[in-house]
Design a protein around this ligand. Structure first.
Ligand code: PMP
Length: 370
């Protein structure tokens, strides 16, 4: 089976090698364990919440057109893309910052706002890059356990705010549980958080969410200038391999994020593809509707099989599993050539993809239902 096996757990701190010393924050860092990759006809790649669709045809054409200009640097200020995004979102280009994936923008946020010892609060489990980026910046990650319904415990997050808190990361719908934060709860949260703390609303999967399930983040941003919205072209737009994401923030913050960016980090190909994708937004929405339909079908069938799931608003399903069930499922998925994402002690996340792959998942899980 041509499965690339990534270690299930991160290596411990690097041993003393006698070579020039890494910063303590780096030496102690868990390495990001990417979703497992596979090749071959029978492998279902459901570990990274990628789109199973090819990029939109207009994006492919835009990249093909731009390929012959690769001898040139890209526009480091990404003026055209920022203007196009501003038009799309109803903000100004001053309020937009782009980066190499939303994880790149997130790094700009953390390094732009946090000094050593500052604190960044986020829910746990959530996106695994959060603690890594925070520690890399020398800041301190503050993990607040999810509530019993697999969602953010916003009261506990407010209670964790102190003088050292610089940033709060909210992920809606949450990766890996799929649970969104409601508009009403988020607004109450924003009223309780000091305006000196940047509240990042990470909406990497927002296109997959039913409109009424999550927050109207742009409306909240207009009312609370300490809100920063984080989005990406990697998921619903199908451009994960090109690396482009963006933030919407108050002009002074957005300017800071642009200053904190690695110069030329977003390639011209990525900028062109992102603009072409925005121009073809209706095509993206048709694809997203198909994924939502599959998500509902899978959730319904799994519940009928006896699985207890929280409704997911992302392009993935979350199965909470103790260590023995998790290990059993990982073995079964591995043997079936289905790549999923397993989280030690917590559960398994499965990307919703094409009906044939989804059916393989359903058949496999049926055999393991309680
Ligand atoms: N935020 C969340 C919640 C994610 O799950 C991911 C990707 N797994 C990202 C951000 C980063 O995606 P990208 O850098 O490709 O935009």
């Amino acid at each position: 089976m041509p499965l690339a096996q990534n270690p299930a757990v991160s290596p411990a701190a690097l041993p003393d090698s006698g070579l020039p010393a890494l910063r303590g924050a780096v030496a102690g860092l868990p390495s990001y364990v990417p979703g497992r990759r596979g090749t071959g006809g029978d492998i279902a790649a459901l570990a990274s919440n990628e789109s199973h669709y090819r990029p939109l045809p207009a994006a492919v054409a835009a990249v093909a057109d731009a390929v012959s200009t690769m001898n040139r640097y890209p526009d480091s200020a990404a003026v055209e893309l920022r203007e196009r995004l501003a038009e799309h979102l109803g903000v100004t280009a001053h309020e937009v910052a782009v980066g190499p994936g939303s994880v790149g923008v997130l790094q700009q946020i953390i390094t732009g706002l946090c000094d050593a010892g500052d604190e960044v609060i986020f829910a746990w489990r959530s996106f695994e890059a959060y603690p890594i980026l925070v520690e890399l910046a020398g800041a301190r990650p503050v993990r607040i356990p999810l509530d019993a319904a697999e969602g953010h415990d916003l009261d506990a997050m407010v209670a964790a705010v102190n003088d050292r808190t610089k940033v709060i990361l909210l992920c809606t719908p949450n990766n890996p549980t799929g649970v969104p934060i409601s508009h009403v709860r988020l607004e109450a949260f924003l009223q309780a958080v000091p305006s000196s703390v940047l509240v990042v609303i990470d909406e990497a999967y927002v296109e997959y969410a039913e409109a009424a399930s999550g927050p109207e983040s742009l409306a909240l941003y207009r009312r609370y200038p300490n809100v920063c919205i984080l989005r990406t072209f990697s998921k619903a737009y199908g451009l994960a391999g090109l690396r482009v994401g963006y933030a919407v923030a108050a002009p002074a913050i957005a300017e800071g994020l642009r200053r904190a960016a690695l110069p030329f980090a977003v390639s011209a190909l990525a900028q062109r593809a992102a603009i072409a994708s925005l121009d073809a937004v209706e095509e993206m929405e048709v694809r997203v509707a198909a994924v939502r339909q599959e998500r509902a079908r899978m959730a319904g069938e799994l519940e009928a099989q006896g699985w207890k799931l929280q409704p997911s608003q992302g392009n993935f399903l979350w199965i909470r599993a103790d260590e023995s069930l998790r290990a059993r499922l990982v073995d079964a998925f591995d043997s079936a050539g289905i790549l999923v994402r397993a989280y030690q002690g917590d559960g398994v996340r499965i990307t919703v993809a094409d009906p044939a792959s989804n059916n393989r998942v359903l058949r496999l899980l049926e055999a393991h239902a309680a």
